[in-house]
Design a protein around this ligand. Structure first.
Ligand code: SF4
Length: 283
């Protein structure tokens, strides 16, 4: 069957071959209780992250390059994925956090039909999504946690080879933004939407436009501004990406957050821009 699980629409028969996203079958690099997601997600015991391999977006600066591009990991079945849901739950995970799930939607649907987690399910996506697939995901997802990487098509073309990222990501995020916000009294998120944005060197003008876009979403949406960019991936031909962001660049985006009166905001320290922040892969 031809795959249409992402806007690339490469049409690969994933049962036989890898698609543009680089994988067939289900391939994961790690699953564990991750303590460093946003506070309502990691909460007390950690978010039950499952890191999927391959990616249809292929950012040159990917902070998880080893698994997104080199597909470092191991293949598992949908039954084994369902067992991982159960195991993370038994280990006390606050939620099941599907990291980079887009190109595995059908497999995840199958795993959820075998075992539907009783804890919230988080859909942790790069944002390059079709509405049709998000409507399918909406059936089992409690918390949408998309990135909004770029608005400027020139930036997405330069760093992903695709100039239509925001053409898909902006309506996709408007769709995800309508997930009803349910916060427990103690601050744990049970349902809702958190939009993340990583500020890139020399691109704070685009980050300001992203803040402006966020201000047009329902006020229940949380915004997570990340200053942790670390030179990583295949960036030897991208001189501007070979440094972390400056305090001036970050402060420009912070000023926009204030100017557009965003209320539900998580801010990350610039100090967290170091490689040690990236997990060690297990498989
Ligand atoms: S998910 Fe992968 S195989 Fe499917 S259309 Fe996208 S790139 Fe192609």
């Amino acid at each position: 069957m031809k795959c249409t699980q992402c806007p690339v629409l490469c049409g690969a028969d994933r049962e036989q071959n890898s698609g543009y996203c680089g994988v067939n079958g289900i391939r994961i690099a790690k699953y564990y209780l991750h303590p460093f997601e946003e506070p309502p997600i990691s909460f007390k015991k950690g978010s039950g992250c499952i890191f999927f391999c391959g990616c249809p977006l292929k950012c040159v600066f990917c902070q998880n390059y080893e698994l997104s591009r080199n597909t470092r990991g191991k293949n598992i079945t949908a039954e084994e994925l369902a067992e991982i849901f159960k195991k993370l739950e038994d280990d006390g995970a606050e939620n099941i956090n599907l990291v980079n799930p887009t190109h595995y939607l059908s497999d995840i649907e199958k795993a959820v039909s075998i075992y539907k987690p009783v804890i919230p399910v988080v859909y942790n996506t790069h944002g390059y999504e079709t509405i049709e697939n998000l409507e399918r995901a909406d059936a089992f997802v409690d918390i949408f946690m998309p990135d909004l990487k770029f608005i400027d098509p020139a930036l997405s073309k330069r760093y992903t080879g695709r100039d239509n990222y925001s053409q898909f990501a902006l309506p996709a995020i408007r769709f995800m933004a309508h997930k009803q916000l349910v916060m427990r009294n103690d601050g744990k998120m049970l349902s809702g939407c958190i939009v993340r944005h990583l500020v890139l060197p020399l691109a704070s003008y685009d980050s300001v436009n992203i803040v402006k876009f966020i201000s047009t979403l329902p006020p229940s949406v949380y915004f997570s501004l990340m200053g942790q960019y670390t030179p990583f991936g295949k960036i030897e031909n991208y001189k501007e990406l070979q440094r972390t962001i400056t305090a001036r660049e970050y402060n420009k985006v912070l000023s926009a957050v204030e100017e557009y009166s965003l209320k539900n905001v998580f801010l990350q320290d610039l100090d967290s821009s170091e490689a040690s922040y990236i997990p060690q892969w297990d498989f």
